[in-house]
Design a protein around this ligand. Structure first.
Ligand code: IVH
Length: 673
């Protein structure tokens, strides 16, 4: 029956649906439907409005420009990775940051450094490749190693020069910076996006560049990627040239050379952060000397020579409605306060972590309390303190559970042999995949961005598939029943075939990502890389079982007893071995490509004593960069012993006995030239 009310209801349901999918896409970046399904939904709303003139809603797609970005951009590898920055929060962190740099460079601690100080604009970074002055490629950051090719969209931004006809402009250079939106321009887009950053990211990824053009995006340049024949000595000089070449740079950039001045500047800047024209979440400090930057290089995903000094967190008060216990991938029980939703610095917060049992005890946090909640950057909001004046008289102390809320196993605190202390974290004592929550978290980890990186298989989808009994172990991902999936609510033929495609694509994986994907405790990305580099082939990895001589790993620089005992525990469990074996049938694991084209190939080194003008870490990095190997003891396999001041006599004597060449670090540098 076609009456006004029922049509209105159908219409409003569709509007609600589109609001939900907009939210999933823009704020959560977890779309549940395909672009096509979204377009169909949008069209059905527009059709209804056309037919029944009385239908109208402020969130109707007819009222806003097509905001659905496309996810179908071509992928593009970055020639130089786009890495992240490590964070510092206070003076102590800053002092440590500088100390580490000085140690690495073997500089005197009183030596002064100059820093380029730049605001950390909260936007989306992009990399622009100019060849002979022409903007040839524009790429989003992506995972840092591979981004999306969004040249046309970037070209719509006025601040980005398309052609640079200037003498002295480098012939081949990648210029990098931040795409962002001014706070005042965001006012008009408030209805559709949670914050300016989401607005920038959403509009940058429009399928049609004409849609991007409608949004007043801006660009500030701050660094380079690939830069052939880089002739600059200082970051600040490079920034000034950027401006001469026609780029916008931040007017707040500065050069500062001591820690007290940096702190003063940070305090002053933090006070005026809300008056700035764009969102800034901290200051970036970069060692100004580019030669020193390149000596320092990178550790993990971040440069040693730069850091982000974050502003203190935004905070607000809310009521704790409940305390829930989450069980993590490694069995850790984390208490989470479910709070009455509250807006903190532009983000709606309804969960805040309470860290662990001790923290709840120490702060005497209870259900029903009014608490102060803080949120900084991308980290999970946390409860800072309780407002005891507002506590009700009948509130009760919170009792932390003694059993795993997921599987009922008893929980335990581990004793750390090395620190001789009990861990603060309580863990579920069941192992492997018997505890439901642990199993789900392991699968989420397995498919996550840094592991198998399966698009369309986000956390919510893993939970849904688990609930529908489609998966119990990581390998089940490769045996999915796609007919069943297609008929699930929110799924269709397009989204199912997209999922199938990304799962197949994920089967080609490097050995280090595979090791990381298993979610072995204490084996994060860096350690997985070290182990993979050591083992080199998947065959070597598949040899590992409970009888394996794990102690061999102690030779790997960076792997210690904690990691070794964790690996041993992992392989003691039959179930884990079964998972590894089964996965090997589905995956094409690529052997680790070791750097074997350097001048030090086939040579091994050991360092003893204090070296001149260089830290041990830097010498090691140089050796590895040139394909040499570092050993951890003197033995027949050793080719060179590098000695500095006050070497270990035993090592020198052993080397002499075995006829091993003994050199100092300048002789090492000679080997390289
Ligand atoms: S330099 C390896 N400079 O911060 C050097 N980054 O956490 C990293 N960012 O993805 C980039 N302002 O989006 C640099 N002046 C600035 C920056 C800046 C904001 C962002 C950028 C990057 C993230 C790193």
């Amino acid at each position: 029956m076609e009456n006004k009310e029922s049509i209105k209801k159908i219409y409003i349901d569709k509007i609600k649906k589109i609001i939900r999918h907009n939210e999933l896409y823009y704020s959560k970046d977890k779309p549940l439907i395909t672009d096509q399904e979204y377009d169909n939904l949008k069209k059905s709303i527009l059709d209804l409005e056309k037919k029944y003139k009385y239908l109208s809603h402020k969130n109707s797609p007819s009222k806003n420009i097509g905001f659905k970005p496309s996810k179908n951009f071509k992928k593009q590898k970055h020639k130089v990775p786009m890495l992240s920055l490590s964070n510092i929060f206070n003076k102590e962190d800053l002092e440590n940051f500088e100390k580490k740099i000085k140690n690495y460079l073997d500089f005197n601690q009183i030596q002064k450094f100059e820093y380029s100080v730049e605001p950390k604009i909260d936007g989306i970074s992009a990399s622009l490749t100019y060849v002979n002055g022409n903007l040839e490629l524009g790429v989003s950051r992506g995972d840092g190693y591979e981004g999306e090719l969004i040249t046309e969209n970037l070209k719509t931004i006025n601040d980005i020069p398309k052609k640079i006809n200037l003498k002295g402009f480098p012939k081949n250079i990648e210029i990098r910076g931040e795409v962002y939106i001014n706070k005042s321009d965001f006012e008009n887009l408030k209805e559709k996006f949670a914050n300016p950053r989401n607005a920038a990211s959403g509009s940058l990824r429009q399928k049609e560049s004409i849609e991007t053009k409608k949004i007043p995006l801006k660009f500030i340049a701050y660094t380079f990627g690939l830069f052939e024949d880089n002739y600059f000595n200082k970051q600040s000089e490079f920034l000034n040239s950027l401006e001469k070449w026609g780029f916008k740079i931040s007017k707040y950039n500065k050069v500062i050379s001591n820690i007290d001045e940096l702190i003063k500047n940070h305090e002053a800047f933090e006070k005026k952060r809300y008056e700035l024209e764009y969102d800034v979440d901290g200051l970036v400090y970069k060692l100004n000397n580019l030669k020193l930057q390149s000596r320092l290089g990178f550790v993990g995903n971040a440069p040693r020579w730069a850091a982000a000094h974050k502003f203190s967190a935004a905070s607000s008060f809310s009521k704790i409605l409940n305390i829930e216990i989450q069980v993590g991938r490694t069995g850790a029980l984390t208490p989470v306060a479910k709070v009455k939703p509250v807006n903190i610095g532009g983000v709606l917060v309804s969960n805040a972590t309470l860290h662990n049992e001790d923290e709840i005890k120490k702060k005497d946090i209870r259900i029903g309390d009014i608490v102060k909640i803080e949120r900084a950057g991308d980290v999970i909001p946390h409860v800072v303190s309780v407002d005891f004046n507002k506590r009700s008289s009948n509130s009760k102390k919170y009792k932390f559970p003694n059993k795993c809320p997921s599987c009922g196993s008893y929980v335990e605190k581990e004793f750390n042999k090395y620190t001789k202390k009990y861990d603060v974290v309580k863990r579920c004592s069941s192992e492997g995949y018997t505890c439901e929550k642990i199993a789900i978290e392991k699968i989420k980890h397995f498919v996550s961005k840094d592991a198998l990186n399966i698009d369309g298989l986000g956390k919510k989808v893993v939970e849904k598939f688990w609930e529908k009994k489609l998966i119990r172990f990581p390998q089940d991902i490769f045996k999915l029943d796609y007919n069943k999936i297609e008929n699930l609510e929110g799924w269709g033929s397009q989204s199912t075939s997209n999922l199938n495609y990304s799962i197949n694509k994920s089967k080609d994986i490097s050995l280090n990502k595979f090791i990381y994907s298993l979610g072995i405790r204490h084996i994060g990305q860096e350690n997985a890389k070290l182990i993979a580099k050591h083992l080199q082939t998947k065959e070597n990895f598949f040899k590992i079982d409970k009888k394996y001589d794990f102690q061999k790993f102690i030779n790997i620089d960076g792997i210690g007893e904690i990691q070794i005992s964790s690996l041993r525990n992992f392989f003691l469990l039959k179930e884990n071995i079964k998972v590894v074996r089964e996965l090997s049938n589905y995956l094409n694991i690529e052997n680790e490509t070791v750097n074997n084209s350097g001048k030090l190939k086939n040579f091994s080194f050991l360092i003893t004593g204090k070296l001149e003008n260089m830290s041990r870490a830097e010498v090691k990095a140089i050796i590895e960069k040139n394909a040499g190997k570092i050993l951890s003891s003197v033995n027949k396999k050793l080719d060179y012993l590098i000695v500095g001041e006050k070497p270990t006599t035993k090592k020198v004597n052993q080397a002499k006995e075995l006829g091993i060449k003994i050199i100092n670090n300048s002789e090492l540098i000679k080997l390289l030239n």
